[in-house]
Design a binder for this molecule. Structure first.
Ligand code: HEM
Length: 156
């Protein structure tokens, strides 16, 4: 169990970089696409797919950590009231997890709504706005000392 915890934490930590790199690529292509009115999603369809898939993977590992593997959230689930009074436990049990679930739902919604738009320009713009909101939330909730504890940027 301890090994699985370390492996999951490791995957969760590195997958964050796939999310950041592909999130930036999606934003860049959506921005350019809305300016140049290129077809939607055009050649960046695989980039969107990798971005959304990496978010789904992050959610899956996050839920596994939250409910099964992490000693921090397991302790929080045993006594949620006490956990909410401790800022460092509350960060994992509430802020990081809940805000990231919301961010992932926002990114997914944007990608679904964009496909339904009548013109490429509207589709790119929809993709850009929803992805930007999700991306900012994700960045704020990465544990790098901005809004909570600090964890390694590159877990070795
Ligand atoms: C895009 C979304 C997410 C990003 C970028 C992200 C990023 C991270 C990072 C960088 C860590 C620290 C890993 C380390 O120790 O080096 C972490 C830990 C953790 N995350 Fe996430 N996460 C995301 C979503 C989620 C979600 C949706 C959940 C739960 C539903 C979650 C639950 C956790 C838990 C429980 C821990 C570990 C706490 C411990 O140390 O035991 N994460 N996350």
């Amino acid at each position: 169990m301890q090994n699985l915890y370390q492996i999951s934490l490791y995957l969760h930590s590195w997958n964050r970089w796939i999310i950041i790199v592909f999130g930036l690529l999606v934003l860049w292509h959506a921005w350019k696409g809305s300016k140049n009115q290129t077809p939607f999603p055009g050649h960046y369809k695989p980039i969107n797919i990798i971005f959304i898939s990496s978010l789904h993977l992050q959610l899956l590992i996050g839920l596994l950590l939250y409910f099964v593997l992490s000693p921090i959230t397991k302790a929080a689930l045993n006594d949620f009231g006490a956990a909410m009074k401790d800022a460092s436990i509350r960060y994992w049990a509430m802020e990081h997890s809940l805000m990231n679930v919301i961010a992932i739902a926002i990114a997914q919604t944007g990608s679904i709504l964009a496909k339904k738009k009548s013109t490429p320009r509207l589709a790119h713009r929809t993709m850009f706005i929803w992805t930007l909101i999700a991306f900012i939330l994700i960045l704020l909730m990465i544990p790098m000392g901005i809004m909570g504890p600090e964890r390694p940027w590159f877990k070795l």
